[in-house]
Design a protein around this ligand. Structure first.
Ligand code: CP
Length: 367
């Protein structure tokens, strides 16, 4: 692999490689100098066609900590305002000797298109998806995974630590590339992933199962082949209990995803709660719920966390609508909130990705 565009086909070995490499860089970041010469002479281009605070800055800092040279691009101040295309922009950065392109775009598939063009040209440039439309945000899901795993075992973060854990992903799943990437990584770990959202904020396919429940279907266990891979998801809206899901044991190798249109069953005995931003900028008026009603039904508060395990932790990829998807006091409560840790983890995880792609040690991330 020399691109990271999606987590759909990541293997357990690849997750562990990223987690262990990030743990090494976390140690480097705890030193006084915080810097290694690993990518000296390499050029990393941050091509951000859509706004970002934490992803862009942490890729920049990660590249600097690895001693790479970093080029920052923002569409609004670029020659795209004069009509230059996305591919011509990428080729311009290629001509300057870029080794790794970090790409964010509001349309799904742009990083894949640029990667395909680089491959067609036969150049050894790596493309890292930094969030494309409603598709995926792999580095965010990897830093979420790292944040959770290092909480359990700081010295040896690894995928298997999440086996059997209950993780609730709550909120605007429909528009969330973060949710999509997290569904791939967390279900790969053997965690029980529970999605909770109003039906209007679930992808149509997921919403269909919930509507079936409302029509009185008894057995909602479904097996759905992913279009991109041969992996199967067990999709069920009503696990018999958090520790014994209604999936047949013959499917124990498969990924398990549970759907809820109410918050409570998703929170019940959860180990981790990942709340998502209501992406108002991607919503047409008929999708946008009343913010007060939304907070009442799906907003995460200290009171609602009483349903979870006593040491539950809360994640949010940011940016946050305070008082909408999470109460302001919970967001700032270090007893429960991992939000600042997620941002901190982002630097080490992005160092790991840049290092693994840029050092030429691609065997570390399997083909
Ligand atoms: N989580 C995330 O992608 O945040 P930014 O949009 O600030 O990069």
């Amino acid at each position: 692999r020399h691109h990271v565009l999606s987590l759909a086909d990541f293997t357990a070995a690849e997750y562990d490689t990223v987690l262990q490499t990030a743990a090494s860089f976390q140690e480097v970041l705890s030193r006084r100098t915080k810097k290694v010469p690993t990518l000296q002479g390499h050029v990393v281009a941050n091509l951000f066609f859509e706004p970002s605070t934490r992803t862009r800055s942490s890729f920049e800092l990660a590249a600097k900590r690895l001693s790479a040279d970093i080029l920052n691009f923002a569409a609004a101040t670029s020659s795209m305002t004069k009509g230059e295309t996305i591919l011509d922009t990428a080729k311009t950065y290629l001509a300057m000797g870029t080794d790794i392109m970090v790409i964010r775009h509001k349309e799904a598939g742009v990083p894949n298109a640029i990667a395909a063009e680089m491959d067609r040209l036969g150049v050894r440039v790596s493309v890292l998806n930094a969030g494309d439309g409603q598709h995926e945000h792999p580095s965010q899901a990897l830093l979420d995974l790292f944040t959770i795993c290092t909480l359990i075992d700081p010295a040896h973060p690894r995928l298997e630590l999440l086996k059997g854990k209950k993780i609730a992903i709550v909120g605007d799943i429909l528009h969330s590339r973060v949710a999509r990437s997290n569904i791939w990584s967390l279900t790969a770990s053997g965690a029980q992933v529970h999605l909770a959202a109003p039906p209007t904020l679930l992808p149509k396919l997921f919403a269909q199962y919930i509507f079936e429940e409302s029509e009185g279907a008894q057995d909602l266990t479904k097996v759905q082949k992913s279009e991109n891979t041969n992996q199967e998801f067990i999709i069920s809206s009503s696990p018999s209990s958090p520790s014994s899901p209604s999936s047949p044991t013959s499917h124990s190798q498969n990924r398990q995803l549970f759907l809820h249109w109410h918050l409570e069953p998703a929170l019940q005995d959860a180990d981790f709660v990942m709340t998502l931003r209501l992406q108002k900028e991607r919503m047409t008026a008929h999708l946008l719920p009343s913010l007060r009603e939304y907070h009442h039904m799906f907003g995460i508060t200290r009171t609602k966390l009483q349903l979870c395990k006593p040491n539950v932790k809360v994640l949010h990829p940011g940016p946050v609508n305070r008082g909408v998807e999470i109460s302001s006091e919970l967001m700032d409560d270090p007893e429960f909130s991992l939000i600042q840790s997620q941002v901190t983890s982002g630097v080490a995880v992005r160092m790991a990705l840049l290092y693994l792609l840029g050092s030429g040690k691609t065997s570390a991330i399997q083909n």
